[in-house]
Ligand binder design. Structure first.
Ligand code: C2E
Ligand code: MG
Ligand code: MG
Length: 269
């Protein structure tokens, strides 16, 4: 697998797919999260949860990271100007140096406006060396790029970093949603997390919404700004993501009724 991955990176055989993140206020896909896809030997889909750590061990993550940032910005440039793109940056990318320059370079080369780019980091990326993380994130934030904390609530959840880092968004992990419909304790816990996030003036994204009952509950009873999950759409190839975005922003029928957060399969041919 290591050899195949090195080859795929060398031959630029990775692909970016984009998962819509829907705005609760506008009912439109406001952000698309770039997720790297590797079809090993052209067939087998290897999960990035598996190959990203391998890429980190092999020292390939820098190259993948640079490519991902540039490709994500390039694609976003072709979408409606109200949309943004979110790119995952792992702990190792944070440590191997010049992530700020890589971000700046991707923006310059593609001409994407900085406010249309978001960087997703996890707490493991920042916890090892908090002082370094603060410095780096402040520089990225000064460029006008937004910063999201991904998978919030998993891992060590040392809350002290929440007020130290220049964060714009919290992405609340899917594990808080899984039992929401059946468990009152889950609902209480999520209430607490959303109240805390809002009190810190952060935008809130809920990840991993898979069905109507979860969606209804969140929409009616929780103060969240964005939702993401298979209920709306899986990650789509670039052309389908553009088609999906255009179907909301370029449609002549702008009279959104309130329950028109439609699922990608209905909109993309
Ligand atoms: P993540 O950043 O938390 O991304 C969300 C993951 O949850 C994605 O899996 C997405 O497909 C999946 N997901 C979204 N909605 C649902 C849902 O409703 N139900 C379920 N069961 N899953 C859902 P994916 O694409 O396999 O990515 C896994 C992880 O790999 C990502 O987690 C991210 O940490 C990492 N990753 C992906 N692409 C990149 C990349 O280009 N660079 C880096 N550094 N990490 C990446
Ligand atoms: Mg992410
Ligand atoms: Mg996540």
């Amino acid at each position: 697998m290591e050899q195949d991955l090195a080859k795929a990176v060398r031959e630029q055989n990775l692909e970016l797919h984009f998962q819509p993140i829907v705005s609760v206020a506008s009912h439109k896909p406001a952000v698309f999260e770039a997720l790297t896809r590797w079809r090993r030997n052209g067939v087998e889909n290897v999960s990035p949860a598996l190959f990203i750590p391998i890429a980190e061990d092999l020292g390939l993550i820098r190259e993948i990271g640079e490519w991902t940032l540039k490709e994500a910005c390039r694609q976003c440039k072709s979408w409606h100007p109200e949309t943004s793109v979110a790119v995952n940056v792992s702990a190792v990318q944070f440590q191997v140096g010049s992530i700020t320059e890589v971000v700046q370079h991707a923006l310059e080369e593609t001409g994407l406006e900085p406010h249309r780019l978001e960087i997703e980091i996890t707490e493991t990326a920042v916890l090892n060396d908090m002082d370094h993380a603060i410095l780096v994130l402040e520089k990225i934030s000064e460029l006008g790029v937004r910063i999201s904390l991904d998978d919030f609530g998993t891992g060590y959840s040392s809350l002290s970093y929440l007020h130290k880092l220049p964060l714009d968004k919290l992405k609340i992990d899917k594990s808080f949603i899984d039992d929401l419909v059946n468990s009152e304790r889950s609902r209480t816990l999520l209430k607490g997390i959303t109240a805390m996030g809002k009190a810190l003036d952060l935008k809130l994204v809920v990840e991993g919404i898979e069905d109507q009952s979860q969606f209804d509950l969140l929409k009616d009873h929780y103060n969240v700004d964005f939702m993401q999950g298979y209920f709306f759409s899986k990650a789509l190839p670039a052309s389908a993501a553009k088609e999906f975005s255009d179907s909301f922003y370029l449609s002549s029928n702008e009279n959104s009724s309130g329950d028109d957060y439609l699922i990608a399969n209905d909109r993309v041919a």
